[in-house]
Every structure is written in structure tokens, then in C-alpha cells.
Design a protein around this ligand. Structure first.
Ligand code: AMP
Ligand code: MN
Ligand code: MN
Length: 335
């Protein structure tokens, strides 16, 4: 048994398994846990569940997400103990930086500099496009959500599931598996375990996504009314796209995530794209498809990343410039 903080028994740089990740975490005395910018429930749920377990194990820990925007209010439902701090208050040089659901350094946003200032870093992720940016990584592209990897680490840490941990994990699991549409029996088994331990899906999902401001109805109608179908795009599979302007994106920034799924439902075997203008001529693009063409490849070529059926990228330019780039990459990935 090594003294606390000793690194004699720690795995070397490179890939680690859940037991190796747990050893690194247990040895740390000052941990900053982060998720990707504009966190979704997998990033936030993973980070909060891991940090909650570490704090209970006596490891000092802070959770944050790279700015510029504040964390969506709805994710507060996953953080009853108030572990999340604004990125401006995140420790400047933590002993250990842990990233959850982050595929590239760029996706750390304001907190990317911590890769240089932290003593070491550990990435826990499930993106095929993971770039290997951290000192150590627990990465499994076959995992349907990062929370499954976090669950395995929690087991190694000896953490008991309770309602706080279970809700955080369930939110990420449900969201990243499209409501258990994919992820198979492993996802369903973990879902059952989490429900048994106190994740109450109906109330939880209502807190996370089930309530919206009334004004969103008209705003959403306007976004959907502007949708366009391009049947010959993506090598003939078709593209349905819509755009959210800056004013709508600013006012309804927590609401827009579900729109791309509505577009996809009308795209047949084709592709859906939601272009959200986050700032003047700055765009965040969400792509959804059916696995072919490989949207991870398309998004990576445009500076982003993701999975075959769900990917995204951020880029500046006019809407038409972005669409032209997107059409070209969709065609080449469909070829
Ligand atoms: P979203 O459309 O934002 O829900 O993202 C869909 C998938 O693509 C998620 O797995 C994201 O982590 C990934 N993704 C989105 N935007 C980016 C980006 N700029 N860089 C890398 N991956 C991204
Ligand atoms: Mn994510
Ligand atoms: Mn994820």
C-alpha cells in the first residue's frame, strides 16, 4: 500500500482500464473534473457523478465546463450538491485534470489551458474521434455513453450507487442512447440498475427536458418553417437542414437541442443538420443520420467530431459558406 499521493503504483501514460483510472483518481489530492463545452447530459452527468464519488472518498474536487456560456440551468437538476463552478473559478493548476466525454482539447473551451498547467490529465470518453490529448485515457468507442465508463470506474472506486449518482448517470445514459434506442442490453441493464438505486426517470427527464418556456413554441415553429430539404445532397440520400439565428439561439439556448431530431425524422435515410448561430457568423452545427454516411468523418473534416450517426462542429462564416462546405463533405463521405 502506497502512501496517499504516492504515484509508485500508478499506470504509465497512455491507455488505462477502469481499475487503472481508479488508481490515478484515488491517489490525487486536487482534482478538476470537466466535460465538453456546451455540456449535454452525458458530459455533465459523467462529470458530476465522478466528482460526487471522489468527494465522498475524501478527494478534493471541483467540476467545471469551459465557457463562454453559463451551464444550462436544467443541468442543475443533476447537481444538488453544487459541485459545478463557473470556468472563471476553476483551479488554475490542479494536480489532476479529468475530462469526461471530451474528444479533443478544443472541446475543453476556456479550460483547454489546464492541459498545460495540470500535473497530469485523464480523459474518459467514448468518441471514435478521440484525439489522445490526455496523459492517460480510458476511451471505448463501443460504449454508447461516457457514463458507462464512469460506472465502471465508480465500481473500482467502491462507490455505492445512490439517487444522486444514479440520476446523473441515468441522464447521460438515456440521452446518449436516444432513449435506449441504441446501446443494446448493456445500456438497458445499467438503466435498470440505476432505476433500482433511485434514478426516477419520469421526474428526472421532466426536470431535464420536459418543461419549456411558452415562447419556445413560436420560436420553434419559425425554425422548423425555415427548414429546407435538399434531396440530391449526401450522394442522393438527402439533407434536411434548418438554421437558428443569433437572437433565437441566445434567448432559447437550452431548448434547441431537440430540433435536429425532428429534422432527422423527416430526412428518410438521409442526414439532418441544425445550424445554430451562436455569435455573429459563428456557428455550432449538429449533424444526425442513420450511420451512413459516417458523420464523424464529415464533422472531423470540418474541425469537429462525434459518432457515425451524431456529430457536430463549430465554424465561422456565412450560413451559405457553411452549407457549401457541408454539402461537399457529405458528398465525399457518401462516395
Ligand atoms: P450535438 O449535436 O452537439 O449533440 O453533438 C453530437 C455529437 O457530436 C456528440 O457526441 C458531441 O460530443 C459531438 N460533437 C459535437 N460538436 C463537436 C465538436 N465541435 N467537436 C467534436 N465533437 C463534437
Ligand atoms: Mn456529449
Ligand atoms: Mn457522450
Amino acid at each position: 500500500m502506497n502512501a496517499p499521493g504516492s504515484d509508485e503504483s500508478l499506470p504509465g501514460p497512455g491507455p488505462v482500464d477502469p481499475a487503472g483510472a481508479a488508481r490515478v483518481l484515488r491517489a490525487a489530492r486536487d482534482v478538476l473534473v470537466v466535460g465538453h463545452v456546451r455540456p449535454d447530459a452525458d458530459a455533465a452527468g459523467s462529470a458530476i457523478a465522478l466528482a460526487t464519488a471522489l468527494r465522498r472518498a475524501g478527494v478534493p474536487v471541483t467540476v467545471s465546463f469551459g465557457g463562454p456560456e453559463p451551464v444550462p440551468v436544467s443541468l442543475g437538476a443533476l447537481d444538488p450538491d453544487g459541485l459545478v463552478v463557473p470556468s472563471s473559478e476553476a483551479p488554475a493548476a490542479p494536480e489532476l485534470l479529468v475530462s469526461c466525454d471530451v474528444s479533443s482539447a478544443q472541446r475543453l473551451g476556456d479550460l483547454a489551458d489546464r492541459l498545460d498547467t495540470a500535473g497530469s490529465s485523464l480523459a474518459i470518453d467514448h468518441h471514435a474521434s478521440f484525439t489522445g490529448f490526455a496523459t492517460r485515457h480510458l476511451v471505448d468507442p463501443a460504449a454508447p455513453a461516457t457514463v458507462l465508463l464512469i460506472r465502471a470506474v465508480l465500481t473500482e472506486l467502491g462507490a455505492e450507487l445512490d439517487p444522486v449518482l444514479s440520476r446523473a448517470l441515468f441522464a447521460g445514459l438515456y440521452t446518449d442512447t436516444g432513449g435506449f434506442r441504441w446501446g443494446g442490453s448493456d445500456a438497458l441493464r445499467l438503466g435498470a440498475e440505476l432505476v433500482d438505486a433511485g434514478a426516477e426517470p419520469r421526474g428526472l427527464m421532466r426536470e431535464l427536458t420536459g418543461t419549456r418556456p411558452f415562447g419556445w413554441l413560436a420560436a420553434q415553429a419559425a425554425v422548423l418553417a425555415g427548414a429546407r430539404l435538399e434531396p440530391s445532397a449526401a450522394g442522393g440520400a438527402g439533407l434536411v437542414w434548418a438554421a437558428v439565428d443569433v437572437a433565437t439561439a441566445t434567448r432559447f439556448r437550452d431548448q434547441t437541442a431537440t430540433v435536429v431530431g425532428q429534422l432527422l425524422a423527416t430526412a428518410g435515410d438521409g442526414v439532418a443538420a441544425l445550424l445554430t448561430e451562436t455569435d455573429q457568423h459563428m456557428w455550432s452545427v449538429s449533424l444526425r443520420g442513420n450511420g451512413s454516411p459516417d458523420l464523424s468523418r464529415v464533422a472531423t473534416a470540418l474541425g469537429g467530431g462525434g459518432h457515425a450517426a451524431a456529430a457536430g462542429f463549430e465554424r465561422d462564416g456565412t450560413r451559405e459558406e457553411l452549407l457549401a462546405l457541408l454539402r461537399a463533405e457529405l458528398d465525399s463521405a457518401s462516395g
